[in-house]
Ligand binder design. Structure first.
Ligand code: NAD
Length: 253
């Protein structure tokens, strides 16, 4: 299947690390112009350098996805640099282990919901305005297997990822006739800085976590990036409103 992305423009949030960085690199390797957005300027500049060293084209825009003015400015910077937007990967997210439900704090709830839900909603709101004006495009949001089922000791995170799937499905049917496709990826455990922080906090995590995946290992960032590029490409032209598990078989159990 040919992806034939050449000359198009993709935007990636949370592009400074992990899944976002790998997906930005994959878009650039396919010949897209890539807009990298991240809260962490050093991390975002790091991804920019990697793309440029590989001969790709990108810009970095510092953006906190929880702030509407910054999200709007991100879209303005995209138009100023490349004149259009074809694909958006709304991937910035945070995870805070909160203990069991009754042990979580209001501050944790507000922080997780702010980035994972409000951030995705704000990004979609402003991206859809551009895509409508342009006649179509595709959006992929990062949910999680924790958005498809329970995640013990991470109930707020799990609720936030269920909400990402709700936003994805609602937008998909609202804009289907406008040629805007909206899907989500639902990774299981992926080897990223987020995962490594969890392993540092509890050394038993790595062994336990590998064991819960039927394939016997955790996933790679490139495996999630492949799924995102598939959902964006023309080969997925009849696929919208889906929450695609990229999970080594976890949700099949
Ligand atoms: P990561 O922590 O390695 O990278 C996340 C990036 O998002 C960082 O560069 C960070 O600076 C940026 N970010 C955080 N808050 C932001 C904000 N307010 N505005 C803009 N950027 C912000 O994380 P990752 O593991 O690559 O996770 C990426 C996404 O995948 C998240 O939505 C996460 O919930 C989801 N996810 C991860 C896993 C996993 O096992 N790693 C599994 C399922 C889902």
């Amino acid at each position: 299947m040919s992806m034939s992305f050449s000359g198009q423009v993709a935007l990636v949030t949370g592009a400074g690390a992990g899944i976002g960085r790998a997906t930005a690199l994959a878009f650039a390797a396919e010949g897209l112009q890539v807009v990298l957005a991240d809260l962490d300027e050093g991390a975002g500049e790091g991804t920019l350098q990697l793309i440029q060293q590989a001969g790709g084209e990108a810009i970095f825009v510092r953006c906190d996805v929880t702030r509407e003015a910054e999200v709007k400015a991100l879209m303005d910077a995209t138009l100023a640099a490349y004149g259009r937007l074809d694909y958006a990967f709304n991937n910035a997210g945070i995870e805070i282990e909160q203990g069991r439900l009754a042990e979580g704090s209001e501050a944790q709830f507000d922080a997780i919901m702010g980035v994972n839900v409000k951030g995705v909603w704000l990004c979609m709101k402003h991206q859809i305005a551009l895509l409508l004006a342009q006649g179509g495009g595709a959006i992929v949001n990062t949910a999680s297997v924790a958005g498809l089922g329970a995640a013990p000791k991470m109930s707020i995170y799990s609720a936030s990822k269920h909400a990402v799937i709700g936003l994805t499905k609602s937008a998909a049917i609202e804009y289907a006739k406008k040629k805007i496709r909206v899907n989500a990826v639902c990774p299981a455990v992926i080897d990223t800085p987020m995962y490594r922080r969890a392993c540092e906090a509890d050394p038993k995590t790595a062994e336990f976590v590998a064991g819960i995946h039927p394939v016997g290992r955790i996933g790679t960032v490139e495996e999630v990036a492949s799924a995102v590029l598939y959902l964006c490409c023309d080969g997925a032209s009849f696929t919208t409103g889906q929450a695609l598990a990229v999970d080594g078989g976890v949700t099949a159990m």
